[in-house]
Ligand binder design. Structure first.
Ligand code: NAD
Length: 500
């Protein structure tokens, strides 16, 4: 469906809205109505080159800005983002579909990263060793890389860009954002806020686009580093292509997050957590729980408790205050998720609640909540990241069986354990091969002063995102060895310098 005049969504280059010249555009929908509301410009290589040239020139000046000036811009940006959260949340809901309270939550988790980056004067403090050798001091400094790029997914159009740009800009780089073409407007709102906060033109740039824009960034000699968040096949491609072109790359991929429920867990609490984490944002979260692993005899009670909660959820337009769960991002994705439910049923899973049969709004890309029981590790509903409102329950006889299941999975983003046994939780934290662990916490997204990242096929690269590892990623170290000798003591010495 198309409305009369889809809004044109342009690039943001050199501090202002810049209409595209490629002649290529992509559709943007309101997923709750199915109506096309916008058309986003898709940049050509030439347009990306223009954006990089602007960023390169801006980066030269921005790295000269004092730490206190940079911090002042970040504080101003933080205030604007806070004050205008509701406007931005409405933009997110209109293009992504998630409910307004969830959009506000995403913005507040992004804001944390801005608050962290306001501490840049402290974060960039180096080390100093007086008298490392007689009359010799040694100190370390960290300097920006220059132009860095961020390529982001549709599911967090504000939070994920803020994971990247706050630290990149605070550390003195110019940042180019290539947002998802499915919900591109939030990026432009952020660009205006950066400008209003006093950030010089060209330090924050938005180029919209698809593979052509991404490939140009990955190969461009003036782009020093690429941060990526998205699906695993693309993350792997970004990592391999970017590093082959001499760039520093951190590429976060997909997930299949397991929630282990031990026999001693509080079943009502575990069911509340499973429902919240599996169906929030219609399951379109990289930290969504998509597999509940019921250990011992807990399976029947857990499945009953989850199933009892699902009819109480209201599925509808995320802009309506009483909606719990919105639509999926596109009609194609909704159909793909429905296909997984069919595949699960035909491979022997029990369909306890079938989202395809839910009473749903007639328009828009809706699918109800689905609960599958007796799922096994060979089924596609288990092996693949579905990224929709589908929760699979796998039954495991013992803790060791549950652990082996998780450790054999290719994805290793997040996981959670529900138990009242502190010793069991500690053992799980020790044993499990996953990057982020929740203990009675279903979505353990680290706060901004830690770093976010999975293991295995959920992250390609060495540095996790944001927090201390983000500061590290966007800077490179220098160590200075210095001596201010008395000229009278100067001699020629061809030996290798030793400390004395
Ligand atoms: P996606 O991989 O399709 O797209 C991500 C970005 O890559 C977009 O900007 C897109 O334009 C670009 N892209 C897509 N295909 C490309 C190609 N062939 N070549 C170059 N660039 C390409 O992901 P998505 O559907 O937008 O987002 C959902 C995925 O992101 C899920 O797999 C989810 O788990 C993952 N995700 C992971 C995390 C994490 O922290 N690990 C966080 C959020 C989302």
């Amino acid at each position: 469906m198309t409305n009369a005049t889809p809004q044109r969504i342009s690039h943001w280059i050199d501090g202002s809205s810049t209409p595209g010249t490629s002649g290529r555009v992509g559709p943007v929908f309101n997923p709750a109505t199915g109506v096309q509301t916008g058309e986003v410009e898709l940049a050509s290589a030439a347009e990306v080159n223009t954006a990089v040239a602007s960023a390169k020139s801006a980066a030269r000046d921005w790295r000269q800005a004092s730490l206190s000036r940079r911090a002042a811009v970040l504080f101003a940006f933080r205030e604007l983002l806070h004050a205008r959260t509701d406007e931005l949340a409405a933009i997110v809901t209109a293009e992504h579909g998630k409910v307004l309270s969830d959009a506000v939550g995403e913005i507040s988790r992004g804001l944390e990263n801005v608050e962290y980056a306001t501490g840049v004067p402290n974060l960039l403090k180096g080390g100093f060793s007086e008298q490392a050798s007689t009359g010799v001091d040694v100190y370390s400094i960290r300097q920006p890389l220059g132009v860095v790029a961020g390529i982001t997914p549709f599911n967090f159009p504000v939070m994920v860009p803020l994971w990247m740009c706050a630290n990149a800009i605070a550390t003195g780089n110019a940042f180019i954002l290539k947002p998802s073409e499915k919900d591109p407007s939030a990026a432009l709102f952020l660009a205006q806020l950066w400008k209003d906060a006093g950030l010089p033109d060209g330090v924050f740039t938005v180029v919209h686009g698809d593979k052509e824009a991404v490939d140009t960034l990955l190969r461009h000699e003036d782009v020093a580093a690429v941060s990526f968040v998205g699906s695993t096949p693309i993350a792997k491609y970004i990592y391999e292509t970017g590093t082959a072109h001499g760039k520093r790359v951190q590429a976060l991929g997909g997930a299949k997050n397991h929630m282990v429920v031990l026999p001693d867990a509080d079943i009502d609490m575990a069911a509340d957590a499973a429902v919240s984490a599996a169906y929030g944002a219609a399951g379109e979260r990289c930290m969504a729980i998509s597999v509940a692993v019921a250990v011992g005899g807990v399976g029947d009670a857990l499945v009953d408790a989850i199933a009892a909660r699902l009819p109480k959820l209201t599925v509808g337009n995320g802009a309506d205050a009483d909606t719990d769960m919105g639509p999926l991002i596109t009609a194609e994705h909704r159909d793909k998720v429905a296909g997984y439910i069919a595949a699960g049923a035909s491979s022997g899973a029990s369909v306890v609640v079938d989202g395809r049969e839910a009473d749903l709004p007639a328009e828009g890309f809706f699918l109800g909540t689905t609960l599958l029981d007796h799922v096994t590790a060979d089924m596609s509903v288990y092996t693949d990241e579905i990224f929709g409102p589908v929760l699979s329950v796998v039954r495991a006889d013992t803790y060791d069986d549950a652990l082996a299941l998780i450790n054999a999975n290719q994805f290793a983003n997040g996981t959670a354990i529900f138990t009242r046994d502190g010793g069991a939780a500690r053992q799980f934290q020790f044993d499990v091969e996953v990057g982020m662990i929740g203990i009675n916490v279903p979505i353990p997204v680290p706060v901004a002063y830690y770093s976010f990242g999975g293991w295995k096929a959920s992250l390609f690269g060495d540095n996790h995102m944001y927090g201390p590892e983000g500061i590290n990623f966007y800077t490179r170290g220098k160590v200075v060895t210095s001596r201010w000798p008395d000229p009278a003591t100067s001699t020629v010495d061809l030996g290798f310098p030793r400390t004395r």
